[in-house]
Design a protein around this ligand. Structure first.
Ligand SMILES: Cc1cc2nc3c(=O)[nH]c(=O)nc-3n(C[C@H](O)[C@H](O)[C@H](O)COP(=O)(O)OP(=O)(O)OC[C@H]3O[C@@H](n4cnc5c(N)ncnc54)[C@H](O)[C@@H]3O)c2cc1C
Length: 427
């Protein structure tokens, strides 16, 4: 079934009609703020700097939606990878508490934005499946002993009841996070674009920044359409941070995340597989994430199907078999869309924002940027404008790198191989 059907190599949420072609305007000779990257981070920052009266120009190398912000899974959840205990051992309990509160603030920010902008915000909740009985015990215990002041609503679902969440015996029970949500990634990007433009920020797509040279007044920014002088520059390039700045490139690890959308299965069939319509993920180290499409007709399934494969079509078979391990009845289902994007991991699995001189950065969301990037983008924009509300509990955290890392993650292949082995052994 469906093997010879054509697969569209584009995100389900990027029908060509939705991608605006921004009118090409002459670039200004000089701006106060130049933002490299037109994803959630760059556009959210631009609204703040433009609101503060700073002449702001956003340059995006590709068409809008080229980066992760147009290609993600649209899942919104509490988003820092390190636990409170990990953060406490690194930074002390008080700072760790403040850091964790920032992740909650990011979700509240997006929820508030959804009240004034339409990007298909749905409070569908999330189900996290336990890959082993031991994982279930740990997650159930942690749900009962959340750090004080950082409690989330969590419902523990034993294996005997998990069919109310998912028609699969793949998991050993799990936890429901009723406050998790989903968005339409591209509509969120377009909302942030509108909000930046309405405050006067100029946004140009298909214009790559090729070099940044420091000058007495800030930067001479060489672009594919000429030179712009800028007082301040923001690197909002996340997993697409290339050779432009070696310092940043040495601190983010680009990792491919791959997704497929099934053919239309029909509302009833999708509902029979994921009855509550929630986002789903699980406790394996090599992560998978999936959910019903917004119209409820398809399943959108994503995960680390490869390490550096740039052709998403090459990963379809693997992703579909990962999906079929959970839903065996989908083993021969046709796939209509396949796509890939590059998320940015960091060596401490935390996002980072800050500056070196007048070169600012905000990046490294470790695959969790749907809530984090619009929020920290806003905060770095406020910092660039010198506003006190831009301060965050993450400010000043060292942004680590590793010896012999220059942007090519040579260590990923052995790590992912080891993680897959540990997952397969149920450890
Ligand atoms: C397949 C996939 C699924 C995901 N699913 C989820 C999810 O369900 N939930 C979640 O929270 N997060 C998810 N993410 C992560 C999330 O999408 C990102 O963290 C977030 O979009 C980052 O936004 P950003 O603006 O910082 O970066 P991006 O959106 O990646 O934008 C960076 C931009 O910089 C541009 N750029 C780079 N260099 C230059 C240059 N020299 N000149 C001009 N422009 C340049 C790039 O073209 C790119 O558009 C997913 C990511 C992927 C790829």
């Amino acid at each position: 079934m469906g093997e010879s059907r054509e697969i569209l190599e584009a995100p389900l949420w990027q029908p060509p009609s939705l991608i605006p072609v921004l009118p090409e305007r002459p670039l200004p000779e000089q701006v106060d703020v130049l933002i490299v990257g037109g994803g959630y981070t760059g556009l959210a920052a631009a609204r703040e700097t433009a609101s503060a009266g700073l002449d702001t120009l956003v340059l995006e190398a590709g068409p809008l939606g080229t980066g992760c912000s147009g290609r993600n899974g649209g899942q919104v959840a509490y988003s820092f990878k390190p636990s409170f205990a990990d953060l406490s051992s690194r930074h002390g309990a008080a700072r760790a508490h403040a850091i964790c509160r920032e992740a909650f603030a990011a979700i509240s920010h997006l929820r508030a934005l959804a009240r004034v902008e339409d990007f298909d915000w749905r409070e569908c909740g999330g189900f996290y499946g336990a890959h082993t009985a031991r994982h279930f015990e740990v997650m159930a215990r942690e749900a009962q002993s959340q750090p004080s002041g950082l409690e989330q609503r969590i419902e523990v679902v034993p294996r005997s009841e998990q069919h109310r969440e998912i028609a699969s015996d793949f998991y050993h029970g799990g936890c429901v996070y009723p406050d998790d949500a989903s968005v339409d990634p591209m509509k969120l990007l377009l909302a942030l674009l509108r909000r930046a433009q309405e405050r006067g920020a100029a946004v140009q797509d298909r214009c790559r920044v090729q070099a940044l040279d420091t000058s007495s007044a800030g930067f001479d920014v060489l672009t594919s359409r000429g030179i712009v002088r800028a007082r301040k520059v923001l690197m909002a390039t996340n997993g697409y941070s290339g050779a432009l700045s070696g310092w940043h490139r040495r601190r983010v690890i680009p990792i491919g995340s791959y997704q497929i959308a099934t053919e239309s299965l029909g509302l009833e069939r999708v509902r029979s597989l994921i009855p509550m319509g929630r986002n789903i993920s699980d406790t394996r180290r090599v992560v998978v994430y999936y959910r019903p499409s917004a119209d409820g007709e398809r399943i959108v399934f994503g995960g680390r199907a490869a390490l550096a494969e740039r052709d998403p079509l090459a990963c379809v078979v693997r992703l579909r078999s990962m999906m079929a391990r959970i839903f065996p009845e989908l083993s021969r289902v046709a796939i209509d869309h396949a796509w890939v994007g590059w998320v940015a991991y960091t060596f401490d699995t935390m996002p980072h924002l800050g500056k070196r001189g007048e070169l600012y950065h905000c990046m490294g969301y470790c695959g969790q940027g749907v809530p984090l990037a619009p929020y920290f983008g806003m905060r770095i924009g406020q910092q660039m404008a010198g506003l006190a509300e831009g301060q965050t509990a993450l400010d000043g955290l060292p942004f680590p790198t590793r010896p012999y890392y220059f942007g090519y993650p040579w260590f990923l292949a052995p790590s992912v191989w080891a993680y897959r082995t540990l997952d397969a052994l149920g450890l």
